[in-house]
Design a protein. Sequence first.
Length: 66
Amino acid sequence: MWKDTIVEETRKVREEYAAQFDYDLEAVYRDLKEKEKQSEREVVSLAPKPPNGPGAYVNYLRGNRG
């Protein structure tokens, strides 16, 4: 079976990072938010895109976004 070394490396790094926080997602989130604050890069939040599918846009406009 063919192995993608980039995918394997990414999964390994992700696993090691999560293990630092005992797989506590809230702790991972707090760490990422702290790194975001310390970064000199601009953080951009994009507006949500409307859903796709029949009638989805009408529902979106009516406020039914679930």
